[in-house]
Design a protein around this ligand. Structure first.
Ligand code: ADP
Ligand code: ASP
Ligand code: MG
Length: 449
């Protein structure tokens, strides 16, 4: 029997609201079910391949204004994006007063976060008018603390009260406010997080995230042509894949819904008939024959390899190495190690310009026999809840990589056996992903037939 959902939160991404035509598709989806009561819009995204997202235009205005350059052309483009949507929808709405406020604030030297957030704010006003829902400014219901961290408790308390008696509302994505009242945004792609926060606050039955692909795919569609969609994935698997570059859903979107156990459904605005991917707290009861749930990867890492005989017997060795990074506020990504070697995998951007100083500090801290650094490393995560307890998975990954001549620079497997991460040179990155995909995902497709 099909489950009946009484209350849904629906988030529409930038491509779903990039033009009047896309707005109409999104509105049809909202209106198709009364349960779609709370809507979270992104700013207008790209209408085609070489288009610019409104958020990027806004950030460009901010940067130009901060450095004294002329930002009027970018601002004119932003206005025309919104005005085209308004006229294409036949709405009797004017955003001129809002444009004036933003322009004045830019002249007065406002912040990047305020400027970037206006993309969602203005799109929210248009959408609320178009579908006849109440507009609730995210600045009134989403809060950050003085250190810039999202304040989940205060947000949930205020937002759940504010929305308790509201039948239908549009809450713009991506931003909230700081204790001093200034606007603060999440990191890029953060409207997904707003959707999850609203879902928790209204105790939604499901959080639908409408985008431009028919669900979470087993691999990045920009690397593999037409990858298989994932029908069911757990929160934990999704977080691993999102963090490692499967950018379809912001990795921090999981936390608010996890607290309340609300499932997320990724859907395609351009193909609403597709059922998409269901993201669930636990996969119990949903059986998938796939050993691997998905593959994702990110480039731009460096590996610092430290060798010292008898390292394992030197108490506090690892702690002293890591302190070098902690003292400079540099997070590390992975720490694969052997008896006499320790590798620290870090984001290359974090050590740009200070590489020599870091090496000197490590030498002072632990006096290694040898230390070297490899650049341009890509990390690939092979994620799957069914890998736990299945022997031979790592061997199959190695042989898939060997088959296409890819050298493995690093390997790391968490003790939960949910994922295996391999580091390869960036030049072999796409080849490595393709070969792993063919090894695990195509074979299962054949078995399914
Ligand atoms: P939105 O603007 O709707 O938030 P995003 O651009 O943030 O959409 O995310 C959707 C895009 O994520 C897709 O168009 C696709 O190019 C990319 N993507 C990367 N990895 C995956 C994956 N594993 N599955 C689906 N899409 C992926
Ligand atoms: N508009 C913001 C961005 O481009 C947030 C989002 O789309 O989720 O990053
Ligand atoms: Mg997104």
């Amino acid at each position: 029997m099909e489950r009946i959902f009484e209350k849904k939160v629906v988030k529409f991404g930038g491509s779903s609201l990039a033009s009047a035509e896309q707005f109409k598709k999104s509105a049809d989806i909202i209106k198709a079910e009364e349960s779609r009561r709370f809507v979270v819009p992104s700013a207008p995204g790209k209408r085609c391949g070489n288009d610019t997202k409104v958020t990027d235009l806004l950030i460009s205005c901010y940067k130009k204004s901060a450095s004294g350059e002329d930002w009027s052309a970018d601002f004119a483009e932003i206005k025309s994006r919104y005005n085209d949507i308004i006229s294409g929808l036949g709405l009797n709405v004017s955003l001129d007063a809002e444009f004036e406020v933003i322009s004045e604030n830019l002249k007065k030297g406002t912040t990047q976060d305020y400027t970037a957030s206006r993309g969602e704010y203005l799109n929210g006003i248009i959408l609320a008018n178009y579908i006849g829902y109440e507009f609730v400014d995210a600045a009134e219901v989403i809060f950050f603390d003085a250190e810039g961290r999202f304040d989940a408790d205060k947000t949930n308390e205020v937002m759940s009260k504010r929305l308790a008696d509201v039948k239908n509302a549009v809450v713009p994505g991506f931003y909230g406010s700081s204790p001093d009242g200034s606007i603060k945004t999440f990191s890029r792609g953060g409207s997904d997080i707003t959707g999850a926060i609203v879902s928790r606050a209204v105790c939604a039955d499901i959080y639908e995230n409408w985008t431009d692909v028919s669900g979470f795919l087993m691999c990045d569609p920009r690397i593999i042509d037409d990858p298989r969609p994932i029908s069911i994935i757990t929160y934990r698997e999704l977080r691993e894949l999102s963090y490692m570059g499967a950018s379809v859903l912001h990795e921090d979107s999981i936390f608010p819904v996890k607290v309340a156990g609300i499932p997320i459904n990724i859907r395609n605005t351009n193909r609403p008939e597709d059922s998409g991917t269901l993201i669930v707290p636990s996969a119990e009861g949903y059986n998938s024959g796939d050993l691997i749930t998905g593959i994702a990867g990110k480039k731009g890492f460096a590996i610092i390899r430290i060798e010292k005989d008898m390292m394992n017997q030197e108490l506090g060795f690892g702690m002293r190495v890591l302190k070098v990074f902690a003292d400079r506020g540099i997070p590390f990504e992975h720490l694969p190690s052997g008896i006499d070697t320790m590798c620290v995998v870090i984001n290359e951007n974090d050590i740009k310009d200070i590489e020599d100083e870091i090496i000197t500090d490590i030498c002072k801290a632990v006096n290694p026999d040898h230390i070297d650094i490899s650049h341009s490393i890509g990390l690939i995560a092979i994620v799957g809840r069914n890998m736990a307890g299945t022997p031979g998975t790592a061997a199959r990954i190695f042989s898939a990589l060997a088959r296409v001549g890819v050298n493995i620079r690093m390997i790391d497997q968490g003790s939960s056996e949910l994922n295996i991460i391999v580091g390869v040179e960036e030049k072999s990155f796409n080849r490595a992903i393709k070969s792993i995909y063919l090894e695990f995902c195509i074979e299962y497709e054949l078995q399914d037939c």
